[in-house]
Design a protein around this ligand. Structure first.
Ligand code: F6R
Length: 615
């Protein structure tokens, strides 16, 4: 969601800002804009509705120049995606210009107050109150710093803000509360961005702004303050220890395609990292997990939380934890977590799952859990993200940057990590019967090569999708470990092919959705070998009796399922615990080709954002 890039230094910044916006495109947006302090000291803005090429066109018609500037991609929340609503936003006197990511929850009250003071609003956004408020405090005689700080103290909600001002042309102002913002430092230059990708090639000395941090760079030096106390803080930078972010397509037709195909390598990497190379004498390795073993021995309940795909990974994880440990495990949507009032206490472990590490609802759940004294362990892909930094312990999923908005490799990396983590914690609690489960551990080592085999079914899946891509709706059925897989398959389908789809526990079908079944409805049935296989067969028979189109996922060699399915996609035989990973990859490809046959833009589905930083 909304991306911010900003710069102040000795060089012209327009190219840097535009490149930065391109690197943040994956976050999702519907308009974009840029503002600089130009060589004669005025603030000049270009902003356009639509994709970045619209802004590029506007810049080629009216080029900008400047050594201090801010830029933004907007994902509409308050107000439609229009040019007026696009950021940056200016104060009435055109002296203060800001970009903002987040939501100002009390914007109505502030707007009312400013309107009463004679301010005329240009946009429908919550953001526009900010420059007007700053300008108002300036007109009352406050210094720029104080007007900025005073305004921030009046804002309720979440924000990451970057600001330039006509009266302080070489200075850039930034603040963060609840939305991500990272600063990079190099000699007499400062870079700001929503993640480090826009400036990673220019500097690796970074500061992750903390909650309530305000950073001011005046062209030669930077100062950091806390917005509540107003006190100075020491700037402690960290050196980013990552390779330049790999963002190329590597010969693939889209990032989503590339990321689906990266899964065998990522799984191999995670398995090696956690289990070592010796298949006979594996040693579980979770060195990144900074929670003492004693705590794991004392926990009496586990909550798992996440949003969307991460929630589905958590749902599969719930079954793992319950299988290996004698503990109650609840899985909850992060957007519901606080309202459901879970009875949290200090003996609870809350596992938060997030690819981006920035999802506002998941972050809010973590804060809620911490407030009640529970220990938070996060399963996160993006290092140093807000969720990473707010958690007591973190297990990284090592999936690499995920650019496609629809999560693919994020899910499988989360699921394998949760499986290994549940075994690790069960071992600490002496609940994991090593001998009994050894076949599972051995099978885990074969998983990457089995994923390669699943990917070889791509052509078959593509032609199957061609037959049914014009269906208006689809039903996904699974049981037990593959029930969340059914939900994930339906989510992928909705997201990228825009086909209405429902993921159901197969046993629930006769309690309602069975009414939908007719000759035109594709029903995707996950019927690979499992404890619930026979029950799943009965459910498929119910679909058959009502003439639904049966597309089955079955274990190689299963002739029974084939005999009553319109289409079968075969999966290599594996341990039941690993079946969700193989099955979900088939469903990712199915959704991918439904979308491709419809001619959809797969990497950036309409209305979606990669990093959902508003609640
Ligand atoms: C679905 C998808 C979303 C995310 C959700 C959580 O393909 O990408 O449902 O899974 O927004 O995002 P993270 O994992 O970044 O917290």
């Amino acid at each position: 969601m909304c991306g911010i890039v900003a710069y102040s230094g000795k060089k012209d910044c327009v190219d840097f800002l535009m490149n930065g916006l391109r690197l943040l495109e994956y976050r999702g947006y519907d308009s974009a804009g840029i503002a600089v302090v130009n060589p004669i000291g005025d603030i000049e803005i270009r902003k356009e509705c639509g994709m970045l090429h619209m802004l590029e066109k506007s810049l080629s018609n009216g080029p900008l120049q400047g050594k201090t500037g801010i830029a933004h991609t907007r994902w509409a929340t308050h107000g439609k995606p229009t040019q007026n609503n696009a950021h940056p936003h200016l104060s009435q006197d055109k002296k203060i210009c800001i970009v903002h990511n987040g939501i100002i929850e009390n914007h109505d009250v502030l707007r009312h107050e400013l309107k009463n003071a004679g301010i005329h609003f240009i946009s429908e956004t919550d953001t526009e109150v900010i420059p007007h408020l700053i300008a108002r405090y300036l007109s009352q005689g406050m210094s720029m710093k104080n007007a900025f700080m005073k305004t921030l103290s009046r804002l309720e909600g979440a924000f990451a803000i970057a600001m330039i001002a006509k009266d302080t042309p070489g200075t850039i102002y930034a603040a963060r509360k609840g939305s991500p913002l990272i600063a990079g430092f190099k000699d007499n230059e400062v870079f700001l961005a929503s993640d480090a990708s826009p400036f990673i090639t220019r500097t690796r000395e970074v500061l992750y702004l903390d909650e309530g941090d305000v950073l001011i760079f005046n062209g030669t030096s930077s100062r950091l303050f806390n917005v509540s106390s107003g006190r100075n803080k020491k700037i402690r930078t960290t050196r980013l220890n990552i390779k330049n972010l790999s963002i190329g397509l590597g010969g693939h037709e889209s990032y989503t395609h590339k990321e689906i195909h990266e899964q065998p390598e990522i799984l191999k990497r995670i398995i090696r990292l956690r289990l070592g190379n010796n298949r006979n004498a594996f040693q579980m390795c979770f060195n990144d997990l900074k929670i003492p073993d004693d705590f794991f021995r004392s926990i009496d309940r586990i909550y798992i939380t996440g949003c969307g795909t991460a929630y589905h990974a958590g749902y599969i994880g719930k079954y793992y934890f319950e299988e290996f440990m004698d503990l109650p495990v609840e899985v909850m949507l992060s957007s519901e977590f606080r309202y459901a009032k879970p009875k949290l206490n200090k003996n609870n472990l809350v596992i938060a799952i997030s690819q981006s590490g920035e999802t506002a609802d998941t972050l809010a759940s973590i804060l809620e859990a911490k407030k009640h004294g529970s220990t938070v362990l996060s399963v996160v892909n993006v290092l140093n993200s807000s969720i990473d930094r707010e958690s007591h312990g973190v297990v990284y999923t090592h999936a690499g940057p995920e650019i496609g908005v629809a999560s693919t490799k994020a899910l499988t990396s989360q699921v394998i990590t949760l499986l290994l983590l549940s075994i690790h914690i069960a071992q600490i609690r002496k609940e994991f019967k090593r001998k009994q489960k050894n076949p599972l551990l051995k099978e885990i080592f074969h998983l990457p090569s089995k994923v390669v085999k699943v990917l070889q079914a791509e052509k078959h899946i593509r032609s199957c999708a061609l037959k049914y891509h014009l269906a208006t709706s689809a039903l996904y059925l699974g049981r037990h470990l593959n029930f969340p897989v059914a939900m994930e398959g339906a989510l992928k389908n909705k997201e990228i092919s825009y086909m209405h789809a429902e993921g159901y526990a197969a046993g629930e079908m006769k309690h309602g959705p069975i009414a939908l079944i007719n000759k035109a409805l594709p029903v995707i049935c996950i019927c690979t070998a499992s404890k619930t296989y026979e029950k799943m067969i009965s459910n498929i028979k119910e679909v058959e009796a009502r003439e639904g189109i049966i597309i089955s996922l079955a274990t190689e060699g299963d002739e029974q399922v084939k005999s009553f399915s319109h289409e079968v996609i075969y999966i290599p035989e594996t341990a039941e615990e690993l079946s969700p990973i193989l099955n979900v990859i088939v469903l990712q490809m199915l959704a991918y080709y439904f979308a491709k046959h419809k001619g959809n833009q797969i990497d950036k589905p309409r209305n979606l954002a990669k990093s959902v930083t508003v609640e």
